[in-house]
Design a protein around this ligand. Sequence first.
Ligand code: P6P
Length: 282
Amino acid sequence: MEDIFRAIEEIAIKIDNAIKTADLGYNDSENSSGESQLKLDVQSDIIIQEALSKISSVKSIVSEEKEDILTLNDGGEYIVCYDPLDGSSLVDVNLSVGSIFGIYKDTLDGNGLVASSYVVYGPRIELVVCKKGEKPLLYRYKANRFEKIGEITLKNRGKLNAPGGTQQNWSPIHKGFIDTLFQEGYRLRYSGGMVPDLHQILLKGGGLFSYPATSDKPNGKLRQLFEVLPFSLIYEMANGAAINDKGMRLLELSPTFIHDTSPCFFGSNDEIKSLKKAYGAR
Ligand code: P6P
């Protein structure tokens, strides 16, 4: 699996360069979730596919930008699911964006997820790698290499609140819960980019990121295989929690199709406990 992590380092540099130099226009195409594709989305997807196709342990890839699973090496043992450039529409307003990777073995579900990684393209390039059963590790790009900074651990309670989705489409329960957090003094930290928003909570010690079921997206917006499950592993390995609106661990999910979504809540243990109580979940 180390060869995949090394490839992600190479991918991070290439995509960071593309972000700084590429044409920010739209392709005349949509991805499988019906979202318009930026040229940068397609370019980032190609960079990742080219890098992973050289690794014999990678059997197949699933990409937000591809309709179906793509086999690369029949003899491989891992399936890499990725969002090549999450939040890419934020590039043209110069906000941070990211790439997200889930490394699966045997089954494409929470049980099959053996490792996750994500890259943040911000003022600095930062990379987090997490193997199942181990603490997430933070790396920072400096002097032409990724330098290990250290382990990531969430406190039991944090200060940040990142509420996703359109507020007018939230359920009354969700609206009441989010309002309560603000009444308790939580600070609003939401950019619309899942990667920097979740990265900030991890590095600032805790809080809550929520993308609930909404009236316009009753099964949530974020995709299980290459957004929700990779971050669920990272949050659980950082001593936090990751659940859906039924109070179920997101890592117990099995997507019904490769672009399936789920309502999702990631955070410190106290915030997740409060959310379960507000939702009347187990
Ligand atoms: P909303 C970006 O498009 C994305 O997929 C995630 O990066 C982000 O968390 C979410 O959508 C933002 O969605 O509906 O709050 O704008």
